[in-house]
Design a binder for this molecule. Structure first.
Ligand SMILES: C[S@@+](CC[C@H](N)C(=O)[O-])C[C@H]1O[C@@H](n2cnc3c(N)ncnc32)[C@H](O)[C@@H]1O
Length: 348
C-alpha cells in the first residue's frame, strides 16, 4: 500500500500549496476495505502496489519524491498508465494480452486498489502495479515530468538541472466518473489542466485513449482534446455524431480493440447510452514549466502565442475582449464547416 495519509486532509488545497493539478474527481465514500480485503492487502498488497512517501492529503504523493519505474517493475519495458481502473477488469485484460508491457494504475479509492490486487493475484500477472494515488496530483511526480513541483522549482532556478523525466507509452482513461449534475461537472477528471498533465508524461507519439458512455462527457472530452495544444486528436472532422452539443468537429474513434467489456460499459449499453472512444496522439509541442491558466486569453499568452489584432491595417496587440471574440468566431466557423461537411456527406 502507499503510505498516504488517510482520512483527515492535511494542509489546505490553495494556490500556496506546492501541489499542482489537485482535481477532486473521486469520492471517498465507502472506503472501508472489510476483513477479507484487509487481510489480502496485509499479506500480498506490497507485491502489487507502489510504495511512495505520502503527500499532504489523502491519496497524494510527497512533492519531492523520486520514483525509479524500472526498479519498480524490475525491468525496462513500455509503460501503460491506467487512470481510475476501478476493480481492474481492463487492467488485467491489458496485462494478460501484453505481458511484454508494464501496467501502472492510479486508483484513489482504497477498495478499488484492493480489488485490483485480488484480480492481479487471480490473473497471475507479474506486470501490474497499482498506486493508491490521485492521478492528477501524482502523475507528474511519479514520472518526474516538467510539471512536478520539484522540476518546476529547479527549472525556475536552473533549467539545465530539471531532472530526467520518465515516459509512458500510453495512458488509458476509460469510463471516468461522469459527475452528471451540472454543478459537479467541474469535478470531471478530463479537463484542459488534466490534458496538460497527461501530455507531460507522454513522449511525442505517445497515445491517450479514452472512452465514456455519457454523451455530455463525450463532447467535453472531444472539446478538450481538439483544443489541447499538446495532442492531435485522431478522427477530427470524421465520424460526426448528430447529437453532438460541443464544437461539432467529430473526433470519435472506433471502439478500441484492446478494451474489455467492463461492468461500467455493460451498464451504459443496457441503459441505451452509446459509448464514445477517443485516441489522441502526443505531438511535439513542449510542455511549459508552468500550469496553463484556464482563461483562454491568459493561456494563449502563457504559451507564447502572439495575440494580435488588425488595427487599421496594422497588427497590434489585441485586447482580451477582441481575442475572445475572435476565438468564438473561429469556433463558430469550424462548426459551420463541419456541419456543412456532414450535410454534404449525408447528401452524397
Ligand atoms: C467509474 S469508475 C471506472 C472504472 C474502470 N475504468 C472501468 O471502466 O471499469 C472510475 C474510477 O476512477 C477512480 N478515480 C476517480 N478520480 C481519480 C483520480 N483523480 N485518480 C485516481 N483514480 C481516480 C474512481 O475511484 C473510480 O474507481
Amino acid at each position: 500500500m502507499t503510505q498516504a495519509v488517510h482520512g483527515k486532509e492535511e494542509g489546505n488545497l490553495t494556490q500556496d500549496n506546492p501541489h499542482y493539478g489537485r482535481i477532486t474527481s473521486f469520492s471517498l465514500r465507502g472506503s472501508r476495505l472489510g476483513d477479507k480485503y484487509e487481510k489480502l492487502m496485509q499479506e500480498r498488497g506490497s507485491e502489487f502496489t507502489l510504495q511512495v512517501p505520502a503527500g499532504f492529503a489523502h491519496a497524494t504523493i510527497a512533492p519531492g519524491a523520486r520514483i525509479d519505474l524500472q526498479e519498480v517493475f524490475g525491468r525496462n519495458a513500455p509503460i501503460v498508465v491506467e487512470v481510475g481502473p476501478g476493480s481492474g477488469e481492463q487492467l488485467m485484460h491489458g496485462a494478460r494480452m501484453h505481458p511484454e508491457w508494464n501496467f501502472l494504475a492510479f486508483e484513489a479509492w482504497a477498495p478499488g486498489v484492493a480489488r485490483c490486487v485480488h484480480h492481479a493475484i487471480q490473473a497471475d500477472v507479474q506486470n501490474v502495479r497499482i498506486a493508491q494515488l490521485d492521478a492528477a496530483q501524482a502523475l507528474p511526480i511519479v514520472f518526474g515530468s516538467p510539471l512536478a513541483p520539484a522540476a518546476l522549482q529547479t527549472a525556475a532556478n536552473d533549467p539545465e538541472k530539471a531532472g530526467e523525466p520518465q515516459f509512458a507509452a500510453e495512458v488509458w482513461t476509460f469510463f471516468p466518473d461522469p459527475w452528471r449534475k451540472k454543478k459537479h461537472r467541474k469535478r470531471r477528471i478530463v479537463s484542459p489542466a488534466f490534458a496538460q498533465i497527461v501530455a507531460s508524461i507522454l513522449a511525442p507519439g505517445g497515445i491517450w485513449r479514452l472512452a465514456t458512455d455519457w454523451a455530455n462527457y463525450a463532447w467535453q472530452m472531444r472539446d478538450v482534446l481538439a483544443q489541447s495544444p499538446w495532442f492531435d486528436l485522431q478522427y477530427l472532422g470524421k465520424n460526426p455524431d448528430a447529437a453532438d452539443e460541443g464544437l461539432y468537429v467529430g473526433g470519435f474513434a472506433p471502439r478500441f480493440a484492446g478494451r474489455a467489456l467492463t461492468r461500467f460499459e455493460e451498464r451504459g449499453i443496457e441503459a441505451g447510452r452509446p459509448v464514445h472512444d477517443f485516441v489522441a496522439v502526443r505531438n511535439e509541442v513542449p510542455i511549459l514549466s508552468q500550469a496553463v491558466p484556464e482563461d483562454p486569453w491568459l493561456a494563449a499568452k502563457a504559451q507564447g502565442i502572439e495575440v494580435l489584432a488588425d488595427r487599421g491595417g496594422e497588427r497590434a496587440p489585441s485586447s482580451r475582449r477582441g481575442f475572445l471574440k475572435a476565438q468564438a468566431a473561429t469556433a463558430e466557423h469550424k462548426a459551420d464547416q463541419s456541419s456543412q461537411g456532414t450535410a454534404d456527406g449525408a447528401a452524397s
